[in-house]
Design a binder for this molecule. Sequence first.
Ligand code: HPA
Ligand code: ZN
Length: 332
Amino acid sequence: MALTTLIKALPKAELHLHIEGTLSPALMWELAQKHGIKLPFSSVCEIETAYQFSDLQSFLDLYYAGADVLRSEEDFYQLMQAYLQRCKEHNIVHTEIMFDPQTHTHRGVPFDVFMTGFVRAIDEAQEEWGVSVRLIMSFLRHLSEADAITTLQDAEPWYDIIDAVGLDSSELGNPPEKFERVFNQARTLGFKVVAHAGEEGPPDYIWQAINLLNIDRIDHGVRCAEDKELMALIKHRQIPLTVCPLSNLKLKVIEDMATHNILELLEDGLLVTVNSDDPTYFGGFLNDNFAVLESALGMNEQQCRQLVKNSFMASFLDDTEKQAWIQKVDAI
Ligand code: HPA
Ligand code: ZN
């Protein structure tokens, strides 16, 4: 079987995906028309060509501007529904989805509006084809810790359907230590915790995420390779890294896909996984991220299977569910 066929055939989990980063230019255009919002673009095509970034911040500026078209419950429903449809096409059977409440509450869109829309789409997809979904509420690290604490409190009516909290947005200048208290509170409340670290930020931010935030997983983390002691710890504890190849290329974390270190990390025994991050902004959903590892790095079948098994191992599913999916992967 050709590797691209195998990639498609294997059931997979996706663990690093921002729902706001799945907004397609077509839906952005449609919602702007619907709400009478003036976009700084004159066509869907112009939106697409604007998706060229020089670093994380240049992407975030566009990403937050794009999210402004999301206003009503129906908008959030459509957004989630479209991503879960992609999951079906890409054979993503389990997905742990990040959402950024502050991106919406700060524009006057309350929790009830986006959560109700998300839940309606998730319930429908679960009923239709059985996809399994967890939600990760991410705090924006360019805002204050006090704002994150308020957000954690405001989310209380939705605690039952939120599995984890995360940390995203502008990394440089906003180290994990800034959020130590809110992460402690979240842990005490029983949430799993993840954090973006070592995407643009130095290895020290990964140390902080591990030692101060007690994270269960690191989002990105590719810069751990600059610190041998850190690599050894991540390997020893099998702390998962949710790596996003196309994102790293688009945001110039790497210069060229041929220099990506994901397969080296894998061969060194780290629990690395493949993910799409913000697929409509970075030019590919999950299977496209796998495909580029074959075309640019020569990923072989054994590595591909290991990355897919890692996606379940690194997930928040329970051990029985993890083993059941891994057996299914082995049977293909
Ligand atoms: N990094 C930080 N914040 C983000 C990202 C990312 O890759 N995507 C969406 N928010
Ligand atoms: Zn991300």
